[in-house]
Write a protein that binds this ligand. Structure first.
Ligand code: MG
Ligand code: MG
Length: 332
């Protein structure tokens, strides 16, 4: 496959040179923190997934430790589909040197065959369809507005760092449409990718909020997150994004952000994973509580760190930009 940026570059090399460089040299600590944040949010939230805030209060007071359990009966420190699908996607990106829909679909299919601890209904349905048809793009569906594509955007964000926005959008849709071909899901995925880019570059979070989160609401008012506190967020990508935005912008540290979001209950592993990714990119490794780092499954922790490093190397070397696109050129 292909990066949209490459198609542009092939046809108009001058424009390629005009692409501005990233605002700041990549800071590996933030890349790793974003990936560890994703996994920590997933592991922390999984304990209280599908509980209401009242049930959480009753059982845990404030849920603040990575203890495993929950409806999946996880061992402490283990993660769920949010992290493992991200890792599978990242491996496919590294193997191809680019974000490629067929490779992403094959990686997700292999992931499903390995019997993951949990899997979303939309993911399962569209991967079964992929097995039958070999087509890595699910048909567009208004019913597929779940958060299953948004939860695994991080490797695409890292791989597309420093590239033109249209490249990131193209890559995002290539991976997302394997299982979720939906306008709201696309808008959420793309917003998250641009937020990660901005936060990794050290941009002011208030500016990022205005340019990204508020822009998402302007384009799709359904994502409006300013009013009522979202509790018990469902797997609907709008609920997920509202809860994440409220926690991310309503708190001032990595720990506070994650505690705020997972104690809302509902799809807490996924809100935890997405908020953890953003908070890691914003606050960096030093801000991650040592007790959470210690509790995270060591194998998962090293997979996340290694993949963040490898994606940084790939993004910095520009390896993907030299790939020959496999998409047919538009008819003359
Ligand atoms: Mg999960
Ligand atoms: Mg979940």
């Amino acid at each position: 496959m292909f990066w949209t940026g490459d198609l542009i570059a092939r046809n108009a090399p001058i424009r390629r040179r005009a692409v501005p460089p990233p605002r700041e040299a990549p800071h590996i600590g933030r890349w790793i923190a974003a990936y560890l944040g994703l996994a920590i949010g997933d592991a922390l939230g999984a304990t209280v997934e599908f509980l209401t805030p009242n049930e959480i209060r009753h059982e845990h007071g404030v849920h603040r430790e990575i203890t495993g359990g929950g409806w999946l009966r996880l061992k402490a420190g283990r993660v769920t589909d949010d992290t493992t699908m991200s890792l599978a996607l990242g491996e496919a990106i590294l193997a191809c040197g680019c974000v490629e829909a067929q490779a992403a679909a094959a990686a997700f299919d292999a992931w499903m065959r390995a019997k993951p601890v949990d899997i979303g209904n939309t993911v399962r349905r569209n991967l079964i369809q992929f097995r039958k048809t070999g087509n890595p793009e699910a048909p567009a569906s208004e019913h597929d507005a779940g958060n299953g594509a948004a939860m695994r955007t991080l490797p695409v964000a890292l791989a597309c760092y420093g590239r033109p926005p249209e490249t990131a959008i193209f890559a995002s849709r290539a991976q997302a449409h394997v299982t979720h071909h939906n306008t709201l899901s696309d808008a959420a995925c793309e917003t998250l990718i641009f937020m990660v880019h901005d936060l990794l570059a050290g941009r002011d979070p208030g500016e990022v909020q205005r340019e990204r989160a508020d822009e998402l609401v302007r384009r799709h008012p359904v994502f409006s997150y300013g009013k009522k506190r979202v509790e018990n967020p469902s797997g609907y990508v709008v609920d997920t994004m509202q809860a994440v935005f409220q926690s991310f912008y309503g708190t001032n540290s990595f720990e506070e952000c994650l505690l705020d979001v997972v104690n809302r209950g509902g799809d807490a592993d996924t809100t935890g994973a997405i908020a953890g990714m953003l908070a890691g990119a914003r606050y960096g490794s030093e801000a991650i509580p040592a007790r959470w780092l210690k509790a995270l499954d060591p194998q998962v922790a090293s997979q996340c760190s290694n993949q963040a490093r490898a994606l940084l190397t790939q993004a910095s070397s520009g390896a993907a930009s030299d790939r020959i696109p496999t998409r047919p050129d538009p008819a003359p």
